[in-house]
Ligand binder design. Sequence first.
Ligand code: NDP
Length: 434
Amino acid sequence: IRRNAGETEFHQAAREVLESLGRVIAKHPEFTDGALIERICEPERQIIFRVPWTDDKGQVQVNRGFRVQFNSALGPYKGGMRFHPSVNVGIIKFLGFEQVFKNALTGLPIGGGKGGADFDPKGRSDAEVMRFCQSFMTEMFRHLGEYTDVPAGDIGVGGREIGYLFGQYKRLTNRYEAGVFTGKGLFYGGSRARTEATGYGNTYFVQRMLQTKGTSFDGKRCVVSGSGNVAIYSIEKILSFGGKVVACSDSSGYIVDENGIDLELLKEIKEVRRQRISEYARLKGNGTHFIKGGSIWDVPCDVAMPSATQNELSGKDARALIKNGVIAVGEGANMPSTPEAIHAFQDAGVLFAPGKAANAGGVATSALEMQQNASRDSWSFEKTETRLAEIMHNIHDLCANTADEFGVPGNYVLGANIASFVRVAETMRSFGVI
Ligand code: NDP
């Protein structure tokens, strides 16, 4: 803790994994040899840099850029870039640490990393976002490469930003290296179904989890927090599975639509017009409410899918959900539930899918994008989605079977942490002390 002072979120993520390892260390004491666990907790490399750029008024702004190249045992560093004012080294390290284990669960050849900047794209013009992305990449490009480090999007980094970042990389390197970035546009090497992958993947995972209890999304009342990439495509897939989504949110508050969220309207507001969620209630009227601030988790539901940001679901929120009869929780975001919330769900027997397993569909489809780029190929939507569904089912079964094997049936948190740790630890052992 002293060594990583002030990195609260990183401590939280590391503690959760380390606390899960007692059973596996008892069975495999060799995993503590050679300071293996200490090495797993230490990033291979951290890059922090200045990002100067000029705003539309001609004023120079200075942001801070980050890339934490956490672990490359299983493949090149892979993980998104986040642009949000809350970004600091502790946040990027927690995300990078989670990413190492998430990527291991996919079974695909990808290591873990994460990056971003404390830049706030909200209210910025397209030209400002472009200048910021170009300045960011002017430092970042030298650390990337399809065999080295392959970023993607995250909060505040979607198709527009990836276009500007990839364009600048291409210009600086004079190489059309499609495999250096994922989440690209379809005209320049992107994969079909990548946009949908994280939300769809989480929904596939929860569907499989519900099946273990002989039920499904059909007819279920659902609440999805956030209204960004992960939230929108979770809602889309839940609807296709026969569920009804009654609430979603952004950082200003949440909306409740008892008729079920109108997905087309939500996409228009968020993806096209880039407006606030309150606009949904204003346009829809008719029994739809916008609640400023407050907690979306007070809305009763059968299935909750936190898909906004870390620590957005507290112990108190978990108790409200349990009281209202929630049966399953699928984490679309990274570490959205606090440790207190996770314990409350587990104690109450609620099916709980941790983010590192449930939201792995995004990075898995990114790895499929890398495969397509490497073979100069482009797969159909159906083929890509079929692979995604298969991968999510495999991750579900791996977590469930590992939990059974270690004597904690139904504990997906332990299952995910142990299964992924074993893959990374075994590989690092075979490389010796590096
Ligand atoms: P987006 O930027 O598309 O959307 C984020 C959503 O969450 C927005 O509605 C945003 O509201 C809300 N939000 C962000 N920060 C806060 C906050 N501090 N308080 C309340 N609401 C907030 O990001 P994504 O959908 O891509 O990412 C959402 C989560 O999913 C993140 O945890 C991310 O790490 C995780 N994830 C994303 C993957 C992907 O493929 N995109 C893959 C795996 C995980 P507002 O607009 O008001 O800020």
